[in-house]
Design a protein around this ligand. Structure first.
Ligand code: NAD
Length: 334
């Protein structure tokens, strides 16, 4: 049976990078079928809703979605669409690889790590945020659960196992935040004990940041709580040349959504200037997820070869190419 995926073309540069990505996927002959679904501003205009029920139903049915960036209108009481998607499908693992690519503006040459960020609890709670009536004191809570910690650490170890990676580093602040970060670390140790073949390392978050910018090559898989993961995964994107090459996956038990980390880039939308690589790399993560690791590897190698040859690169990478031209150069190397 052919596998269907939900395709969300999104806002701003979204449709351009999605066209480019689907063009390359078609050349790969993945056999995947695409089901288009609207979200973001396009959906608000068409359906009166930023995330229409039909789109949620499509993702629930297909269990896999490839998604371009979306605009959440500022003001008007809209919750971020990405946050609502995460909550709706309980997408607990945010998986962000950071890999050095040739001919990109990056300070390091041998980074190859994956950040696995807990996506549903920690310091990012919607409830319990308070500011005192006089505006002098603010309070926000952090919730860590055994279940939440267990499943994210287990995800990191299973990812290490399935990808042949050797080490998992749990990043925490348990020396100071003894309750929440302490529980996360205690559970991480318990789970790590069940994977004797994979090295387990613990690192306090401040030291982890310093180590990352001094010797990033020592990291393999990093697993951490929501707030630390948010910061560290962006730090890692910076280590390897920024947003144009940073993909991310949001993975839950019943659904997984693959996307570029960057936004809708309204300043260059509709001009063919957008770099499609981040969404293409997200598509490679998706191919791994749907059991097509060979195609994922072919796609990654073609991207590397195109960057090495400096063929048709977009402006953000110092080239003069356009979005579809870059995609065609990649497709020609598959
Ligand atoms: P942005 O990532 O859209 O843009 C930041 C800068 O990076 C801009 O100069 C842009 O031109 C450039 N850039 C981004 N992607 C690029 C690409 N593929 N190729 C070349 N250059 C690229 O961030 P922003 O300006 O803060 O946000 C714009 C909009 O995107 C906002 O409405 C925000 O809510 C939305 N957003 C959506 C998502 C998502 O859906 N996942 C994520 C972040 C931001």
């Amino acid at each position: 049976m052919t596998q269907k995926i939900t395709v969300i073309r999104g806002d701003g540069i979204g449709p351009e990078i999605m066209d480019a990505t689907l063009f390359v996927l078609d050349q790969l002959k993945t056999g995947l079928e695409y089901e288009d679904a609207d979200a973001g501003l396009v959906a608000l205009e068409k359906h009166g809703d930023l995330m229409p029920a039909v789109t949620l139903e499509s993702i629930a049915r297909n269990k896999v979605a490839l998604k371009s960036p979306l605009t959440t209108p500022v003001g008007g009481g809209f919750t971020s669409i990405n946050v609502s998607l995460r909550r709706h499908f309980d997408l607990y693992a945010n998986v962000r690889p950071a890999h050095t690519f040739p001919n990109t503006k990056s300070r390091f040459e041998n980074v190859d790590l994956i950040t696995v960020r807990e996506n549903t609890e920690g310091a990012y709670l919607a409830e319990g945020q308070e500011v005192s009536a006089d505006g002098e004191t603010a309070f926000s809570g952090t919730r860590i659960t055994r279940k939440g910690s267990e499943r994210i650490v287990r995800y990191a170890f299973e990812l290490a196992k399935s990808t042949g990676r050797k080490k998992v580093t749990a990043v925490h602040k348990a020396n100071i935040i003894k309750s929440t970060s302490g529980l996360f670390l205690a559970v991480a140790r318990e789970v790590a004990a069940q994977y004797p073949d994979i090295e387990f390392q613990e690192m306090i978050v401040d030291n982890a940041c310093m180590q990352l910018v001094m010797r990033p090559e020592q990291f393999d898989i990093i697993v951490t709580t929501n707030l630390f993961g948010d910061i560290i995964s962006d730090l890692c994107a910076g280590l390897v040349g920024g947003l144009g090459l940073a993909p991310g996956a949001n993975i839950g038990k019943d659904a997984a959504i693959f996307e570029a980390v960057h936004g809708t880039a309204p300043d260059i939308a509709g001009q063919g200037k957008a770099n499609p690589c981040a969404l293409l790399l997200a598509a490679a993560q998706m191919l791994d997820h749907v059991g097509q690791p060979e195609n994922a590897e072919r796609l990654r190698k073609a991207i590397v070869a195109t960057l090495e040859a400096k063929d048709s690169l977009t402006g953000d990478l110092g080239g003069t190419g356009n979005t579809m031209g870059f995609a065609k150069a990649i497709a020609s190397r598959l």
